[in-house]
Design a protein around this ligand. Structure first.
Ligand code: GLU
Length: 493
């Protein structure tokens, strides 16, 4: 019998969607899509103090932008909802009671202050701290329950899972890391329901994965030490745990944990900076996984067809921004122009795009996109296509437009080229520009083109010159050349 593949991403809405969580989501998504499975979104918001709606919203929007649409989740529903932990509290209560009834869990009446004292004592004695387990004893527990807490209030118990002494070593087969073992005597009886009535992460996650029929838990390696705690709960409930696959962490190039100090860590920040969601997704797919066909640039569908957990590496992946830039730049250079215009528009709101036809806007983007790595570079790249004039700064005038040759070039460009050129056909204009350059010998072609480019665009580099002239049109080119001529001096610099 084959099991249905059901995987999930279970972010806590305590921050914007992190690159690491996005990568985990993507791996789950690819696995589901490649195996005819279901990809589920569950919001783990039991930390009521730190969870915020704005983060939940950001998680939804970022996952959607990346193209990782879930099959079941808080907004779309599904057969095993609700998909928000804060709406499942009665379920945790119910399952916690089962563990109490079967003797796998017991109430612990120690206050936080008492537990802190136990911990400090262990630290002073240089012992690893684990809870003493004294409340396991019913008599002790009942006595303690009667005593008021330090502030005189009634004690509120938490519920702890009992790890029997004889449990010994727990071993499980991780689909990424192979066999992993934990000495359970080093893990104390841990809290499954807090004294405020909310479940602990380890408990809620098991109940949810169980009830949501999750077949594979694919998540970051930082959760590996939680796994034995989760497995013993499954054992106590008499059910088979899901398969586990722990993916290596993402590190910054300095091999420390990727954090704000290395730059943006939220997916939405990268998108705001002008990374295409497709490029970002492509980049994170390669953080710890590689497609067997060696084609590193591909669509989600292409990757999903080849995605197997065995190819995930357990060693850390390094977040190389250059690679992200490379993929993003490549996508910008190769994407259809109508799509590029759509994604570029929000970055170009300062320009009057309506002054150009769609064809010309496509031409502009095509002419400038070669060196662009992120969309936020576009305003600067297209700047000289807009407005009557361009700024000719002193350095440009000094370096490119001063001297006999540049002024001669511009004079003749005005009288010989602009006076007769037909601006209606780009190919003819390119041929005419070449012919004009040849006629100006012995002035070097480079000097000629630089002078014209500087006068017309205010830059020394940019889009193909004849295309630039064509897009700008004769009137604007004339106007800019005349302005430049007033600044050039015939005398050598
Ligand atoms: N809420 C946990 C997190 O965001 C989920 C961990 C898990 O996948 O089990 O890290």
């Amino acid at each position: 019998m084959t099991t249905d593949i059901r995987v999930r991403i279970a972010p806590s809405p305590t921050g914007f969607l992190h690159v690491g969580t996005a990568r985990t989501a993507l791996f789950n998504y690819l696995y589901a899509k490649g195996h005819n499975g279901k990809f589920i979104l569950r919001i783990e918001d039991t930390d009521l103090e730190r969870s915020q709606d704005v983060y939940t919203h950001n998680i939804f929007e970022s996952l959607k932008a990346l193209g990782l649409q879930w099959d079941e989740g808080p907004d779309v529903g599904g057969p095993y909802g609700p998909y928000k932990q804060s709406e499942r509290l009665s379920l945790y209560r119910e399952w916690a009671d089962k563990l109490v009834d079967s003797g796998h869990a017991y109430y612990c009446y120690h206050t936080q202050a008492e537990l802190d004292t136990e911990r400090e004592k262990a630290q002073a004695e240089k012992r690893a701290y684990i809870y003493s387990g004294s409340c396991r004893d019913a008599k002790y527990r009942e006595e303690l329950a009667k005593k008021p807490a330090d502030d005189g209030s009634e004690r509120k118990p938490s519920l702890r899972f009992h790890i029997p002494k004889e449990r010994g070593t727990l071993t499980f087969n991780d689909l990424v890391r192979g066999e992993v073992s934990f000495d359970m005597s080093l893990i104390g009886d841990f809290v499954i329901m807090k004294s405020d009535g909310t479940p602990s992460y380890n408990f809620a996650v098991v109940i949810d994965d169980l009830l949501m029929k999750i077949s594979h838990v694919i998540r970051g390696e930082d959760h590996i030490s939680n796994t034995p705690r989760q497995i013993v709960i499954y054992e106590a409930l008499g059910v088979t745990p899901p398969h586990f696959a722990h993916v290596g962490m993402i590190l910054a190039p300095d091999r420390t944990k990727l954090s704000k100090r290395h730059g943006a860590v939220a997916v939405s920040d990268y998108i705001k900076q002008g990374y295409l969601p497709e490029a970002f997704c492509n980049f994170i797919a390669l953080l710890g996984w590689s497609p067997p066909d060696g084609e590193e640039i591909g669509t989600l569908e292409h990757f999903a067809r080849q995605f197997e957990l065995e190819r995930i590496t357990h060693s850390p992946a390094i977040f190389e921004k250059d690679k992200l830039n490379f993929i993003n730049g490549k996508l910008i250079r190769t994407m259809p122009l109508d799509q590029l215009l759509t994604v570029a528009r929000p970055y170009l709101h300062d320009f009057d795009l309506a002054q150009y036809s769609t064809d010309k806007l496509h031409m502009i983007l095509d002419a400038v996109r070669e060196p662009v790595t992120v969309l936020s570079e576009l305003p600067d790249a297209v700047n000289y296509f807009f407005g009557q004039t361009v700024i000719l700064d002193a350095q440009l005038v000094g370096e490119v437009l001063t001297g006999d040759e540049p002024s001669q070039v511009l004079e003749r460009f005005k009288h010989e080229f602009l006076a007769t050129a037909d601006f209606s056909a780009p190919d003819a204009l390119a041929a005419k520009l070449k012919e004009f350059g040849n006629n100006l010998k012995p002035i070097k072609m480079k000097t000629i083109m630089w002078s014209i480019r500087a006068a017309v665009t205010g830059r020394t580099h940019g889009a193909d010159l004849s295309k630039t002239l064509y897009i700008l049109g004769k009137d604007i080119v004339c106007h800019r050349v005349e302005t430049a001529l007033t600044l050039t001096t015939g005398s050598p610099a």
